[in-house]
Design a protein around this ligand. Structure first.
Ligand code: SUG
Length: 425
């Protein structure tokens, strides 16, 4: 039976605020601040529990080894010798944002009937560009069953940021869908991270039967929507989007309607919620999910509840008895302060859960075990000035290995673990 599984990136022990993401307003605003990795990871675990308690299937990806010694070595340096910026780039916990791990085309959408996953190259941002080998190692284990097909990254110079720029619209999860690939052309002062050639290449690799390509609006990127999932989210036959999310929005809607007659669009007008409020509150970076008892819910950041205009609009929407019936605010403030909301933290995969390596699926007991490791090993806080301390690197390594052991995923230690510099190829 095909189900939607949300795989969350477990927030790694090096979570910090180095302000590395140009065009990501929260990351810039909090640059230099003190981070709280332990609280961050526990918030992420609580979000996974919220999903489980709603009766949804929940998966997890492991954090990656940081600093990334192999990457520093490939840059001709080491953690000891790297300058502060390169070191910060090697230390980011950014793989927590699993929406950027890969693009997923479920089996009903593809020509060969496999579920295809393409690991994202994330090449626009240096700190994210070295995530993909560690992500690929996990995808290959989690989805080793022959019903999946895993693809490597799209080559340079075509930036690809994964599912954050991809939406799937369908009558129900198990039915064939229209896959919408959203790319950027211009973003005012900010980079457009998703290149159309990367999107088209992925659609070809996956053999997507019904693919649609649409550009993000320049205004949205310039306002801080560095990924489409900051201004739009889709689930089954519902598209929830800001009025200024796309270029040629009306013709995009018309094309979608002609392919999916049951489509329902919930558009938020700019005169009710400005792009600035949408981005500050991360209203659209919600998980839009179908509840087992029927009806849809939004799992939103608490910031959306605190924004008076946003919450008022949401109350109006719920009152109209449309497809979205319930709201569940979750506290992921530590991730939010780096521009990552509830939807950024998860990768959706529609598949048969029995075909997934069970080490990547969680229940409450497994989350308890992970929470215990986090409570014991994750730093309580990290100040930017600490990033060059060998004691911190050692603590991060110990924490990472303890988690992989608890997850029975020691195999990942050899795949991308801390090795002395001279042993790295
Ligand atoms: O790529 N933040 C991430 C946030 C990713 C959000 N993901 C989705 N929208 N799906 C990014 O900008 C901040 C890191 C720093 O500044 O240290 C960061 O990488």
């Amino acid at each position: 039976m095909l189900r939607e599984i949300n795989f969350d990136g477990l927030i790694g022990p090096s979570h910090n605020y180095a302000g590395l993401s140009l065009g990501n307003i929260a990351s810039a605003r909090n640059a230099g601040g003190r981070s709280y990795p332990r609280a961050a990871a526990l918030q992420g675990i609580e979000k996974m529990r919220t999903n489980l308690r709603l009766g949804l299937a929940q998966g997890v990806f492991m954090p990656q080894a940081r600093p990334n010694h192999a990457w520093l070595h490939s840059m001709g340096t080491s953690a000891q010798d790297a300058d502060a910026l390169l070191l910060a780039n090697s230390l980011s916990a950014s793989s927590m944002w699993a929406a950027n791990a890969a693009t997923v085309s479920p089996a009903p959408d593809t020509m060969d009937g496999c579920c295809h996953l393409s690991v994202a190259n994330l090449m626009t941002m240096p700190h994210r560009s070295h995530e993909w080998p560690g992500t690929l190692a996990q995808l290959k284990i989690a989805f080793a069953d022959p019903s999946f097909f895993i693809h490597g990254p799209i080559p340079a110079p075509f930036g690809d940021e994964g599912a954050a720029n991809h939406m799937r619209l369908c009558a129900e999860h198990g039915a064939p869908g229209v896959e919408v690939f959203v790319y950027g052309v211009a973003g005012g002062p900010f980079p457009a991270r998703q290149h159309i050639e990367a999107s088209k290449a992925i659609a070809r690799h996956h053999g997507v039967n019904d693919a649609l390509f649409v550009a993000q609006s320049e205004a949205a990127i310039a306002a801080g929507a560095f990924h489409n999932d900051v201004v739009a989210v889709a689930n089954e036959h519902v598209l929830f989007a800001h009025e200024l999310a796309f270029e040629g929005q009306q013709s995009f809607y018309a094309q979608l309607r002609s392919r999916l007659p049951e489509l329902e669009i919930i558009e938020v007008p700019a005169n009710r919620i400005s792009l600035a409020d949408a981005i500050q509150s991360y209203l659209f970076n919600a998980q839009l999910v179908t509840l087992p008892q029927g009806g849809m819910a939004l799992i939103l950041p608490t910031e959306a509840q605190e924004n008076v205009k946003v919450w008022a609009w949401l109350q109006d929407m719920i009152g109209k008895n449309g497809p979205i019936r319930r709201l569940f605010p979750v506290d992921v403030r530590q991730s939010m302060a780096n521009g990552g909301g509830p939807a950024c933290l998860r990768l959706r995969v529609v598949c048969d859960p029995a075909k997934v390596d069970p080490r990547f699926l969680v229940d409450e007991a497994k989350l308890d075990a992970f929470a215990n490791i986090v409570a014991q090993y994750w730093p309580e806080h990290i100040d930017p000035a600490q990033l060059n301390e060998p004691d911190l690197w050692q603590a991060l390594e110990t924490a990472h290995i303890a988690l992989l052991k608890a997850a029975n995923l020691e195999v990942l230690i050899t795949a991308h673990q801390h090795a002395p510099q001279d042993k790295i190829i």
